[in-house]
Design a protein around this ligand. Structure first.
Ligand code: RB5
Length: 145
């Protein structure tokens, strides 16, 4: 699976922690920044990551800002993106099973790294159930054409 990460300054520390986790697990990724933790605008990062997932350069993305909200709102503006804000394991499982979410968003000021790592693990390892859920996901795609 080709994976891309991104964060603004509010999500930088958590993104760096998730990168360590991915390395420990032997999971490859690309980091679209911010690479310094300096103040930046989350829509810029969201756009870069979301467009790269939407055009097939990557299969999944993980975006982190202070709350996970702004970066997710921005990512969902890109056609074909289903970004899901998850701060619990149940949501991480079902955003994949029912919504075929292709981007996970989290808030670096909301949850700690232990829970975030578990959410990432579930997000990356859970498949889409398809069936009736595929019909619903297709209806979402019709909305943002
Ligand atoms: C940045 O201060 C903060 O607004 C941003 O990281 C995010 O929480 C927005 O939704």
């Amino acid at each position: 699976m080709k994976l891309v990460l991104g964060a603004d300054h509010g999500g930088f520390d958590l993104k760096e922690n998730i990168k360590e986790y991915l390395k420990e697990q032997g999971i490859e990724f690309t980091d679209y920044g911010t690479l310094t933790g300096e103040r930046c605008d989350y829509p810029d990062i969201a756009k870069k990551v979301a467009e790269a997932v939407a055009d097939g350069t990557f299969d999944r993305g993980i975006l982190v800002c202070g709350t996970g909200i702004g970066i997710g709102i921005a990512a969902n503006k890109v056609h074909g993106i289903r970004a899901a804000l998850c701060h619990d394991c149940f949501s991480a499982e079902y955003c994949r099973r029912h919504n075929d979410a292709n981007i996970l968003t989290m808030g670096g000021r909301v949850i700690g790294p232990g829970l975030a790592r578990e959410i990432v693990r579930i997000f990356l390892s859970t498949g889409f159930d398809g069936g009736r859920h595929a019909v619903r996901v297709a209806k979402i795609a019709e909305m943002d054409k």
